[in-house]
Design a protein around this ligand. Structure first.
Ligand SMILES: Cc1cc2nc3c(=O)[nH]c(=O)nc-3n(C[C@H](O)[C@H](O)[C@H](O)COP(=O)(O)OP(=O)(O)OC[C@H]3O[C@@H](n4cnc5c(N)ncnc54)[C@H](O)[C@@H]3O)c2cc1C
Length: 397
């Protein structure tokens, strides 16, 4: 049966051993990984279409560089998955640029990453210029180069995860909204949807920025808020030699990623963005003219040839932020049978394969990976936040 035929199904099962809420890259990865582990019946509910939330706008940039040891290990495992899969992983390399305020942090993080086996090097101004001859380095003191980083297509990848899950027997229902969870003293009994009820004892909340909608019914509020972020799509001047790297500019606070047909996606790095907190259901999904022209001017001041690029389009999307910009993963301590994989704070795409695997193992083997424990919801109450030892700061603050 074709994926689209399956996705159009409307008859919900009466019961399912587990129900996953959310058909973004995280929910689909969990469904795929869980379905490989000969678990019982698995149902995934998506209120719109597969990959219609944050995932649809994701830069889907894949890298190993992180500022925290266990996130580096997770990113490495995930990258291995992308390398070994049939997903089109374009390894164009990634350059990080730092102004003098972040020089020490760049060095220290490079040491940490190299120690853990990441292929990354500190590069000086001359080496940066060798990689991108036209780059303006007036405000730059140092760079990092990760040659094996790159990007994938976010929507295509998520559909592949969904297709794999379906091939292994997962039932996926789109246009199906999880409305509430029924519980009694023994834990979860059922999930109510706009299309009927499914009896279940286990639920994974992978609903991104909407996580608290379903959680209202179990009275467990998660510290997640939706942050509106914007991207501009630039069409480069065809006469100009394309700049092929992913560029993370920690001086100007922008990222730039090549896309198909001489286009580039540019946006603002976390920590530099506007404080635009919104409702995930009612936010302006168009871009603001002043914001995207500002992004373009930052790119032009770094790469002057972009002066002739055209603003092809712009849009807004949301990050599901937590107070330490890291996800909430694992079992709810309040409701037996409820699990979380939410709050990815703008960097969840690259981690999706390992997250799927860790959550699937937690469920099938009832074994909590020691790394997974660090992402437990209780860390916020215990003030045990996940924070980098050598943070990269916004030099303009
Ligand atoms: C502009 C942008 C650029 C990014 N760039 C990168 C990057 O380069 N690299 C990287 O690693 N990460 C990046 N990210 C982050 C990454 O894309 C996200 O962390 C990831 O896609 C989150 O996936 P998700 O499945 O958790 O959430 P979502 O994709 O938001 O999925 C949640 C799904 O749940 C559904 N849902 C919600 N409530 C219900 C309900 N009650 N019933 C049924 N369904 C429900 C929603 O419709 C949605 O489809 C970026 C994000 C954005 C927005």
């Amino acid at each position: 049966m074709k994926l689209q035929d399956i996705l159009n199904k409307i008859n919900l099962p009466k019961a399912s051993d587990i129900v996953i809420i959310g058909g973004g890259v995280i929910g689909c990865s969990i469904a795929m990984q869980l379905s490989k582990m000969s678990f019982g019946s698995i149902t995934l509910l998506e209120m719109n279409a597969i990959s219609s939330g944050a995932t649809s706008k994701s830069g889907a940039m894949i890298r190993e560089f992180y500022q925290i040891d266990f996130l580096i290990e997770m990113a490495k495992e995930s990258k291995k998955f992308f390398e070994q899969s049939d997903i089109n992983f374009i390894k164009n390399g990634r350059i990080y640029l730092f102004s003098k305020e972040n020089t020490d942090s760049a060095y220290n993080n490079a040491i940490l990453n190299k120690k853990l086996g990441v292929n990354i090097d500190v590069i000086d101004i001359k080496q940066i210029k060798n990689l991108i001859p036209e780059v303006n380095i007036d405000d730059i003191s140092i760079g990092l180069f990760e040659p094996e980083a790159g990007y994938v297509d976010s929507v295509e990848t998520t559909y592949k995860f969904a297709q794999n899950a379906i091939n292994n027997g997962v039932q996926i229902f789109t246009n199906t909204k999880a409305e509430s969870i029924e519980i009694n003293k023994n834990g979860i009994q059922a999930i109510k949807t706009n299309k009927g009820k499914i009896k279940t004892k286990m639920i994974i909340n992978a609903s991104g920025a909407w996580a608290n909608y379903i959680n209202k019914s179990v009275d467990e509020n998660l510290p997640i808020f939706a942050l509106r972020v914007q991207q501009v799509i630039l069409k480069a001047n065809p006469a100009v030699v394309p700049m092929n790297y992913c560029l993370m500019d920690y001086s100007k606070g922008t990222y730039l990623r090549p896309d198909y047909g001489q286009t580039y996606i540019a946006g603002e790095e976390l920590g530099f963005e506007q404080n635009d907190i919104v409702s995930p259901d009612y936010y302006n999904q168009s871009s603001d003219h002043d914001v995207i022209t500002e992004y373009k001017s930052r790119i032009v001041s770094r790469l002057p040839s972009f002066d002739n690029s055209i603003i092809k389009s712009g849009h807004a999307a949301i990050y599901d932020m937590t107070p330490d910009a890291n996800p909430i993963l694992g079992a709810s301590s309040k409701i037996k049978g409820l699990f979380y994989a939410v709050g990815f704070s703008g960097h969840g795409f690259k981690l999706s394969p390992i997250i799927g695997n860790m959550i699937a193992e937690l469920i099938t083997k009832e074994k909590t990976d020691p790394i997974l424990k660090k992402f437990n919801l209780s860390r916020f109450a215990l003030k045990n936040l996940i924070l980098p030892k050598f943070p990269i700061k916004n030099p303009n603050n």
